[in-house]
Design a protein around this ligand. Structure first.
Ligand code: NAD
Ligand code: 2ZO
Length: 513
């Protein structure tokens, strides 16, 4: 068992001592005072005096720490370290790199609880979900460790005994810019090869630096994974940096466009994991129990703050009343409250402004004629320490139509819009009527219909008879404005490497001159 990150936390006097407790954190009891940047192999403070911004604990609304944004000098330093690490890392054999990655995965496994708790404290999601996020981060590293020594090119035979071969080569220093909904997982998914400077969302700065410590502890070259904190300005410095080879971004569509524009100045490739407004199609021959469970998984994970959520739930007319009754019953039964409590299934939304935005979407839906079938209001837990937290009751909206704002825009909160349909042709047309294309799902017992429907759905990740399942072996990413490139799966190697072609002449040069 490795030592816990005692230095990273300060527990308030009422809290149990870290080492002695099975549970190190409890909501309202964690203060973070240590630096959250990481380069030169250690946590670093920002060098210059800049405005510090408060970071909140969503479960309680109290200040957790202060963000120290990085400027040009810190970004330069982190990129320099990443460049130096890349020199070492790219010379190592696949087996050597795999050994370090496996070691990192083992450390993550041993610190699972601690990482998950910090994710909860900073993000507000339930501990049950946070543990699964940490597991999928670990599995991702294990998966790419397995692939590290399998990279191979192609041999192409040419006339006269000449031949060509291709080599997969790493890119260099990559920048990762993350969203706040899966802070640790996003950092891990982006750091699968090359060296990286990662900028977390300023809303959730706490756990990416733990990944940096883990890679360092696992024996990675100093500077392989660095963290700089900050918002737009820091992100912009990273995107424009001349020594950066690629930008991998997870976040909203408007920011994704800006990232692409900035990267284009240096002709840098981008991976963009952006937003969605995904459809879930439920046909009348579905197993209703599974369809209802699928709709809940498609809408309420991580307080509805999931890019791939199937928030437009199209239900075939005959089963609509039955479906709605069951979905509402189960939504009302979701336990909301302290995200660190084992029984909680819905914690707090990430911030006060975001909670307001989501509640406003519900108000707008009502004005446009939708019926609130349940939820859609703030939730105030009975525990006094949670009263300042950002909770709401998960919401199901009925009587929705395609033109409503709640059906057109990404809400990014626990709000499901239910629509009805008659025919397969009609629902496909309506499901695809969006500028986004991240995910889609279909529930039916008819295997031919399932594959036919999926073939016509314009989305990068499609689910048949399930939803929001993302095994790391499977590529994930969007069509249309939902993004460019993929994360996870074997194909992602192509997005984080470049192809070199080598031509070998076995005869004489046949010159035209
Ligand atoms: N497709 C996916 O895999 C995926 C995963 C998670 C979240 N998302 C999407 O992310 C969005 C929610 O996350 P968010 O609110 O953090 O997104 P956001 O776009 O506001 O911010 C994302 C990141 O970009 C940074 N940033 C903002 N402006 C920038 C600029 N001008 N230059 C450089 N960096 C800048 C932010 O500091 C943050 O780190 C939703 O739309 C959601 O669908 C997508
Ligand atoms: C693992 N999930 C739930 C599919 C989340 C993917 C990342 C998008 O927000």
């Amino acid at each position: 068992m490795l030592p816990r990150l005692v230095s990273s936390l300060r527990l308030r006097p009422s809290a149990a001592p870290l080492a002695a407790a099975t549970r190190c954190a409890s909501s309202g009891n964690v203060d973070i005072r240590v630096p959250l940047n990481f380069w030169a192999g250690k946590r670093m403070r920002s060098q210059e005096k800049r405005n510090k911004e408060p970071v909140y604990e969503p479960a309680t609304g109290r200040v957790l720490c202060h963000l120290e944004p990085c400027g040009a000098s810190e970004v330069d330093q982190a990129v320099k370290d990443a460049k130096s690490a890349f020199g070492h890392w790219s010379k190592m054999s696949g087996m050597e790199r795999a050994r370090i990655m496996i070691e990192a995965a083992l450390i993550i496994e041993s610190r699972r609880e601690e990482i998950a708790e910090m994710e909860v404290v900073n993000n507000g999601k339930s501990i049950t979900e946070a543990r699964l996020d940490v597991d999928s981060a670990r599995l991702c590293i294990e998966y790419y460790a397995g692939l590290a020594s399998t990279l191979a090119g192609q041999h192409v035979q040419l006339p006269g005994g000449s031949f060509a071969y291709t080599r997969r080569e790493p890119l260099g220093v990559c920048v990762g810019i993350g969203a706040w909904n899966y802070p640790f997982q996003i950092a891990t998914f982006k750091a699968i090869s090359n060296s990286m400077v990662f900028k977390p969302s300023p809303v959730t700065p706490v756990t990416a630096v733990m990944l940096a410590e883990i890679y360092a502890k696992a024996g990675a070259p100093e500077g392989l994974f660095n963290v700089v904190q900050g918002g737009q300005e820091t992100g912009s410095l990273l995107c424009h940096h001349p020594d950066v080879a690629k930008v991998s971004f997870t976040g909203s569509v408007p920011t994704g466009k800006k990232i692409m524009e900035m990267a284009s100045k240096g002709v840098k490739p981008v991976t963009l994991e952006l937003g969605g407004k995904s459809p879930l199609l439920i046909f009348e021959d579905s197993d209703l129990e599974n369809a209802v469970k699928g709709a809940l998984m498609a809408n309420f994970l991580s307080q509805g703050q999931v890019c791939s959520n199937g928030t437009r739930v199209f239900v075939q007319k005959h089963i609509l009343p039955e479906f709605v009754e069951e979905v509402v019953k189960r939504t009302q039964a979701i336990e909301i409250g302290d995200p660190l409590a084992e029984s909680t299934r819905m914690g707090a939304l990430v911030s006060q402004p975001h909670l307001h935005r989501v509640l406003e979407f519900v108000e707008q839906a009502k004005k446009e004629g939708a019926t609130v079938l349940c939820g859609g209001e703030p939730f105030v837990p009975s525990d006094p320490k949670l009263k300042g937290g950002y909770y709401m009751m998960p919401c199901v909206l009925g009587d929705c139509t395609d033109k409503m704002t709640c059906v057109k825009e990404e809400i990014f909160g626990p709000v499901m819009s239910v629509l009805s349909f008659d025919t397969e042709e009609e629902v496909l047309r309506r499901a695809n009527d969006t500028t986004m294309g991240l995910a889609a799902g279909v529930f039916t017992r008819d295997v031919r219909r399932a594959h036919r429907v999926v073939e016509h759905l314009k989305a990068g990740s499609c689910f048949i008879n399930n939803y929001n399942i993302t095994p790391v072996e499977v590529p994930f990413g969007g069509f249309k404005m939902s993004g460019i490139g993929r994360e996870n799966g074997q194909v992602t190697i192509e997005y984080y490497s470049q192809l070199k072609t080598v031509f070998v002449e076995m005869g004489d040069v046949d010159s035209l001159f």
